[in-house]
Design a protein around this ligand. Structure first.
Ligand code: FPP
Length: 290
């Protein structure tokens, strides 16, 4: 008997349209992945389906980050405030993260991606903690892209934790500087984000990288997270590449010679050095070192 023909033929993998290289690439991009619930509601699906679609999208964005030369991606996966959601959604998110780690481990190693996490470990289920620890250990030597998952993360609790550490170390008040705080954050060995993207058209930081994003550029993407992919990421990076970053200084450098650059601008005062971080890859000029 003839074998039943397959219902559909597998097509060759789609060749992604080549996008022109970007003139400037941010080293570190933070993303607030918003809109999973609304994406699901639009389709009459349970919220968890939105999160599942969101988890699939993480892979596309990670691949695009490698393609575009972004070196660090910090993804806001679960905030210290998200515990206020219904129990079923919270436990569903924990399971989703654990399943994603298991499913994606091969691709992560293949693509030489280093995975890290930031946030408070207490209250995170122990099986998930073990899975995160193992993934971090297994990927420590990878250096093509660092994906930093913010999980049970809050910018305010991060600063509280930093202050507690500083006090516990007995550092005298007079010796505490911005660099001291930076050195005690969860992100101590990462550069500050150059660009923070939030999806779903929302324009809030929601406790994300409060200290580190002091001079980040901000971009609100007008799509829900599960619809955010390579093209939308490229659009955000293109928009970023047109920004002029002044870090509280003046446009085009620091030579103020009676120029009228300040007309109508709020931030013409030369501020204090806000970089604060030492021993980190500098992203102060917003250009990726590749
Ligand atoms: C915000 O959308 C999204 C979250 C709180 C969770 C984000 C999690 C993922 C994208 C999946 C994580 C998976 C991995 C592998 C990291 P929302 O639920 O607040 O959406 P809404 O505002 O439309 O309700």
């Amino acid at each position: 008997m003839e074998p039943t023909p397959a219902k559909s033929l597998k097509t060759a993998p789609e060749v992604a349209e080549e996008l022109p290289p970007l003139p400037v690439t941010p080293v570190h991009v933070g993303i607030v992945m918003d809109g999973n619930g609304r994406w699901a509601a639009q389709r009459g699906l349970p919220r968890l389906e939105g999160h599942r679609a969101g988890a699939r999208c993480v892979r596309e964005v990670a691949e695009a980050a490698v393609e575009f030369g972004v070196k660090v991606l910090t993804l806001y996966a679960f905030s210290t405030e998200n515990w206020a959601r219904p129990e079923a959604e919270v436990s569903g998110l924990m399971t989703l993260l654990e399943d994603s780690i298991e499913r994606e481990q091969g691709a992560i190693m293949e693509n030489e991606i280093q995975v890290r996490s930031i946030g408070r470990r207490d209250a995170v289920p122990s099986t998930l903690q073990v899975a995160i620890d193992q993934l971090e250990a297994a990927t420590r030597g990878n250096d093509r892209l660092t994906i930093n998952f913010a999980f049970n993360y809050g910018g305010r609790s991060e600063i509280v934790d930093a202050v507690r550490e500083i006090v516990a170390e007995g550092v005298p008040a007079s010796r505490i500087s911005e660099a001291t705080i930076t050195r005690h954050l969860y992100t101590r060995d990462l550069p500050d984000p150059d660009l923070v993207i939030r999806t779903a058209g929302e324009m809030r930081l929601s406790n994300f990288l409060l200290w580190q994003a002091a001079y980040a550029e901000y971009y609100a993407a007008q799509v829900y997270w599960p619809d955010f992919g390579r093209e939308e990421f490229y659009a955000a990076l293109t928009n970023y590449s047109r920004r002029e970053r002044k870090f509280g200084g003046l446009a085009g450098g620091d030579d103020y010679a009676g120029s009228d650059d300040c007309a109508g601008s709020d931030d013409c005062a030369v501020g204090e050095d806000s970089a604060g971080s030492d021993g980190l890859v500098s992203s102060r000029n917003g250009k990726a070192k590749q």
